[in-house]
Design a protein around this ligand. Sequence first.
Ligand code: AMP
Length: 509
Amino acid sequence: MSRQFRTSTSSTRNYAAGSFTAGRSSRGGSSNFSTSQRGGQGRRPTRSSGSGRSSGSNAPNPAATIFKATPFVEAETFGELDLPAAIVERLAYEGIIKPFPIQSATVADAVAGRDVLGRAETGSGKTLAFGLPMLARLARRPVTPYRPLGLVLVPTRELAMQVVDALTPIARGVGVELLLVAGGLPIGKQMNHLQRGVHIVVATPGRLTDLVDRGAARLDKVEIVVLDEADRMADMGFLPVVTAFLEDCPRDGQRLLFSATLDKDVDVLVRQHMHNPVVRSISPTTASVATMSHHVLVVSADEKADVTAHVANREGRSILFVRTKHGADRMAKALRTRGVLAASLHGDKTQSARTKVLDQFRDGTVPVLVATDVAARGIHVDDVGLVLHVDPPASSKDYLHRSGRTARAGGSGTVVMLALPQQRREVDDIIRDAGVRAEQTVISAKTDVLSGITGARVPSGIPVNEPSGPRESSRRPGRGRSPGGRNPRTPVGGAGRGRRTSGSGYRSA
Ligand code: AMP
């Protein structure tokens, strides 16, 4: 059994431990988080709008905490991480054999019942990192009506679905039932399911609030809480309601928190609601930096549409980012008119429309997705070869988040940002703040350099139709049911690793 010990000086693949510093840090010294730092609870926020700031935000900023990450041993097999044999076998059946670094870093401690604070990028394997210890803990436990034993809070519906999808096949093997609790899906079914009793609720804060307020979900038996993408939940104004949920759960329960940063009061959450957590950091964008190339292509306004269409017409999956929902619809339509099969994804679509589009993108039916930033948060699809920022993002953070849709799960990817001549300075700032290196190249649709960087091809010019399914309409309750027939969940990306699809059952939830 060869195990590699990762230390803070390890640089082989940069999966090293490091400091996980609160964004407002002003102090050079380090203070490992300890239970003695847990402060009193803040005023209980109203759990309705998700707006406002958490109780901690008004508190005087104590000397910022540095959560010091500790080294970890990289495991060769899941069996080394103290998981039950049934789970290891089930993973192997799914083609998942060797833990990713974030899993090596966190699973054994979480299985041992410790709180874990993990820093890792999306696409790094976080779902299994928190999911497997939950399944190990709750395997074959009896359930009680309304009272789940585990709770996973995530910022978006899509992410909630992905978590349910990823965990369901393994959960089934160990007698654990998951329930997706998210808006856009019938609440009555979710209530019935809760009444029957489930082990784990995977929820977005909004819908869970509804269910808690109706008495359909009670959190007083929750033994293990996961906060995934806590920084995104903070961005979306959810921290007050997340705090309220944590206060509803037993205080001595286990907590696993994953976040890319600790700013925006995520650090307060950690100090107040975690108990002496094990802190593990997988260097940001490590896998990506090595495998992601960044390019800024300066293009004239006249040529931008052509360049966009040619790039979109490359082989393989691509995601195009634009700033507005209408812009996404317009661009998808314009691309289809030119012969590029594209679909849009944004927050105004019905849930079933969003699910359908993501399914089609995942299974390769639609190779080009045109998305807005908010929608980007839910896109977890492997083998996206290229991200094209058609409109520059609003910030470097958005740039990194959008770009992180490619080079996932150890794959490689190209990130291209288009800039009009007058946007060069703005784009420079974004690239610099994002901490990436990108060459600026002035191009036109016809230059070889464009196809060299992106694989761009001239589209056929023969209009194509969107595959059957919900149209690009705005949200209209009751519309957009996906047609029956083929299983839309068969992924293309997973096939190489021999993984199977889950068919999570969230549709029936
Ligand atoms: P996540 O960051 O949890 O969304 O995972 C990203 C992708 O990596 C998903 O497609 C997972 O199924 C896949 N994945 C996670 N862990 C492993 C692993 N240990 N081996 C192979 N694939 C994995």
